[in-house]
Design a protein around this ligand. Structure first.
Ligand SMILES: NC(=O)c1ccc[n+]([C@@H]2O[C@H](COP(=O)([O-])OP(=O)(O)OC[C@H]3O[C@@H](n4cnc5c(N)ncnc54)[C@H](OP(=O)(O)O)[C@@H]3O)[C@@H](O)[C@H]2O)c1
Length: 305
């Protein structure tokens, strides 16, 4: 039987997931309920998807109450806890909560406890992939939690919002938060690597087009994608796809988690320094790829390309 869904948090990633749930899921009972802190964004998305297929809720409680499965995807740990505190104000017995936000495993543990105490099921399901992958329904989902709850979620993943799943069945939900934070150390450091290599190629006389040929052949995928965003100046010309504050959150979580087990993530510390420098120059509109502008400036080049 189709489930009634609500989607809470319609940022760069949430918008794409919500669109695909409506467009591709055979297991979703429409209309999909949409909630966002800034309600105008939910109204806008509802118009885009179709007002007969979506319904905008004014409060978290209003979104949660009629839903069987409640999806959440908000920026950081504080936002996530605030949304779950509001959600638990209504009767949530038997409902399944699915959290796609990237948060510290301790935050996921707290949310797991809140849901358990209220009689709800909970699966942490952080996702890998940029906003374009969310839009295309090609994310990698990492569900972790009780197997029976993951089974309720799986019909909405592959061929709907995801291209692959990495499943931790009957594991604590915080396990997937740990993989997500660890995985993002690769993104932070590859972007930092490019941010340094491009000004090096420019100033050494090699040239970035020549470096670009090597990257395309040897390192297609994420390296190539971020190379293009840097070369084209997307990091200051376009709306951020991975905001500097979210990237700093991930860097801080990774550094702290590693420190707690006696490991020093020096590459992530360098990336965090570039991100902070970019934020100091560009403010909150800086993007993960703005690390490039920061290193350019530090190297005597203009921040912009
Ligand atoms: N961007 C990526 O490439 C990417 C990839 C994978 C995973 N993620 C993770 O997915 C999550 C969402 O990322 P995103 O890129 O979609 O972020 P985003 O575009 O910056 O959107 C953030 C969302 O969180 C909401 N929010 C922020 N503070 C809130 C609060 N105190 N209470 C309620 N809602 C609040 C925002 O509401 P308003 O609209 O009102 O500000 C917005 O809906 C993050 O945890 C991020 O780390 C991001």
């Amino acid at each position: 039987m189709p489930s009634k869904l609500a989607f809470l948090g319609l940022g760069n990633i949430g918008r794409g997931i919500a669109k695909n749930l409506v467009a591709k899921s055979k297991d979703a009972e429409l209309p999909l309920i949409l909630w966002n802190r800034t309600k105008g964004k939910a109204d806008e998305l509802s118009k885009q998807i179709g007002t007969s297929k979506t319904q905008v809720a004014s409060t978290v409680e209003e979104a949660v109450l009629p839903s069987d499965i409640v999806w959440t995807c908000v920026g950081d740990d504080k936002a996530d806890l605030a949304v779950y505190e509001a959600a638990m104000a209504v009767d949530v017995k038997g409902k399944l909560f699915v959290d796609c936000s990237t948060v510290h495993p301790e935050t996921t543990d707290r949310i797991t406890e809140m849901c358990k105490a209220a009689g709800a099921e909970f699966v942490a399901c952080p996702v890998f992939g940029p906003p374009a992958a969310a839009e295309a329904g090609k994310l990698i989902c990492v569900p972790s939690g009780p197997k029976a709850s993951i089974d309720r979620l799986l019909p909405f993943t592959i061929d709907v919002i995801a291209r692959e799943n990495i499943i931790f069945a009957d594991a604590p939900p915080s396990k997937s938060s740990l993989l997500k934070i660890t995985g993002n150390t690769f993104i932070l450091t590859l972007v930092s690597n490019l941010a340094e290599a491009l000004p090096f190629a420019e100033k050494s006389g090699l040239g970035i087009n020549e470096l670009g040929q090597f990257i395309k052949l040897m390192l297609p995928g994420a390296y190539d994608g971020y190379f293009e965003r840097m070369k084209n100046g997307d990091y200051y010309k376009k709306e951020p796809g991975f905001t500097v504050d979210l990237a700093l959150k991930d860097a801080n979580h990774a550094i702290k988690l590693a420190e707690d087990c006696g490991v020093k993530l020096q590459g992530v510390e360098v990336a965090r320094g570039h991100l902070q420098a970019a934020k100091d120059i560009q403010g909150e509109r800086a993007d993960m790829a703005s690390q490039y502008g920061a290193v350019r400036k530090e190297s005597g080049l203009p921040y912009e390309v």
